[in-house]
Each structure stands twice: as structure tokens, then as C-alpha cells.
Design a protein around this ligand. Sequence first.
Ligand code: CA
Ligand code: CA
Length: 364
Amino acid sequence: MKATPTVAFFDMPDATEYNRTYSGNPVTLSVPTLRNGYTGAGEVTVKYNGSAQAPVNAGSYAITLDVAEGQNFNAASGLPAGTLVIGKAPSAAVIATSAAVAKGGNTVSLMNKISGAEGTLSFAITGAANGCAVDPSTGVFTSGDTACTVTVRVTEAESANRFGRTANIIVEVSETAVTFEAGGTVTSWDALANETYLIYDSSVTSSAAIADATSGSPSQNMANVPDVGSPSSVGGRISEAVDFSDVPDGDYTVTITKPGKYVPKAVEVTVDGGDADFGTVNLWLYGDVTNDGQVTSADVMAVKRHIAGLNSVFDAGTDQDKADREAAANITAVTTGDDEITSADVMQINRYIAGLGSAFDAIE
Ligand SMILES: [Ca+2]
Ligand SMILES: [Ca+2]
């Protein structure tokens, strides 16, 4: 006659398996096996609060065993087998130790100095405020009228799976504006180093910045003049570094224009308490939708296929590549400002390849 299984017939996982810490991954118990001297139980399934799904989140889970019928044991289900406890883990928040802002009512976001927080954050000045203030929930710090050092206490509340923590951010309130560098890397097809880089503050929209930069007499840009590195050949393209210095916190547009029939570019960059890098920006030639540095019949073919709804290079690449390729195809935009790719663009590209007058003549 078969025995009825109970937990006592099994070697159960030890206490350390029942007391765990949240890790973001499912927590499983070892599947119990029959004790020495016993054989013939069916498959054992461990359940957590009645589910075979292993739990992830911190909490207490009632463990039960389901045992299938075997040679020597009957089937059983829901055998109580203790409680699994997943404890909360320490905070994962990374909190910068310092921030900087100029005196006189300027602001710096302390929230942006924190990453990985899971609990709600709150902010409070400890010690002398010296006329400064911090928003308790957004962490926006506003300077007073004197240069000084102010300590802001950051508190992360306990969250579902992690304990909270506290840390101090020391805010340096300086006499003069705090500025940083903003720049990146720009590639083209030649080493003439004849790009023009202009930077615009957030009062000028991206499209207005392009219009100003290509107007022939830019007037809305900031006075900052960039450092431009020497061109170097990288992967078939020519690459150069560009850096604007003395840029205070804020949102900016950098325009890049270049003679040689390149499509003008506008790049967004945000400076927030540190040097800002807009990454690598590739300049495209008008008409060169295959992006090989030449305008040829292969480009015409690709544009025609795209207009006809056939597969083409227009289907390939990143979102940025797609936007660049469409801008490169739309040569009539130079003269008419249109925003579509049509047979009129094909005609202009063909005329340009043939050395005839075209919309290409309207650009440097
Ligand atoms: Ca091409
Ligand atoms: Ca067009």
C-alpha cells in the first residue's frame, strides 16, 4: 500500500534559502527530494502563495508542495512547507555630493544629480540657508544674493523593494555664472574644415536657428565661438571635434553649416551642471541619399524607388539616418521650402549630375 506524503519525508531547503534579499530576479527554493531511505514519490512542485511562479518582490510567501503520485507514494497537494521571506534591499540611489550655481536667483536641479532612486525623493536645506531655497519635492535649488555654501539633505523614502537613504549635496553658490562646455563630433566628406558652428539659446527654436544660420548674416546666435579640432579621417569620413566653452546651464541648439552642398544641421544640447556632449553628427550632401559622398545615378534610382513605394535605402538605418536621407533627397526645399520628396526632386538631382542648372545652384 502506498504512503501518503508529508513534508517530513523530504529533505527541505535550509533556513538561508527561506530568508532572501530582493535582487530584481525571481527567488526560487530548491525542489525538495525524498530523505535517505525513501524512494518512489512523484514529481514535486514548489508553490509560492499557491503559484508555481517564483516571486520577485519583497514580502512573505507561504510555501506549499504538490507531490505527484509515484511508485510508493500517493499524490498530495498544498503540503505546508514554511514561509519564504524576501527582505528589502538597500537603496540603489546614486546621489552626487556637490552641485554649483551662480548667486542672484539662479537655479540648479538637484533631482538631476540623482539616479537609480526607487523611493520618493525629498529635499531640505540643513544649516544656514543664506537666502537660498530648495523645492522640497522637485529639488530645484534657487540661489540667494551671496556667494556661499549650502547643504541640502536628500531623503529617499522606503519603496516596495528597497530601504530608503539620506545623503547631503553640497551646493556651491558662486560669485559668477557657472559655465561648462557643450560640443560633440561632426563628420563630413572632406577635410576643408570650412564648417560654421553657431550656438543659440532656448529663446530661438531649432527651425529659427537653421533659418538664421543659413541667412547669410546670422544675428540671433550667442557670442560664443567654438574650439574646432583638426579634421581626421575616421571610417571613410572626415571627423572633427567642436566645443563651445563658457556655456551656462540651459537648452541650446547648435547649427552646423558647410559649403559644398551639405544639408544644414541643427542639434539640440542641454547643459545641466556639467559638460554636455551631443555625440556624433554626420553631415549629408544634398542628393547623396546612398550616403557615400557622391551624387550619382544610384542616388536617383534610390529616390525614384522611394517615391514609387519600392524598397530602397530609405527603409534602412536609424531614425536619424532616415531624417537625414529624406532631407538630402528633398533638394527643392532649398528653393521652394517644400517638405516632400517628388519627381521634381528627381529632376533637379538629374540636372545637377548632368551639369545643368538646378536647385543645387542656390546653395554654397
Ligand atoms: Ca551617393
Ligand atoms: Ca521636394
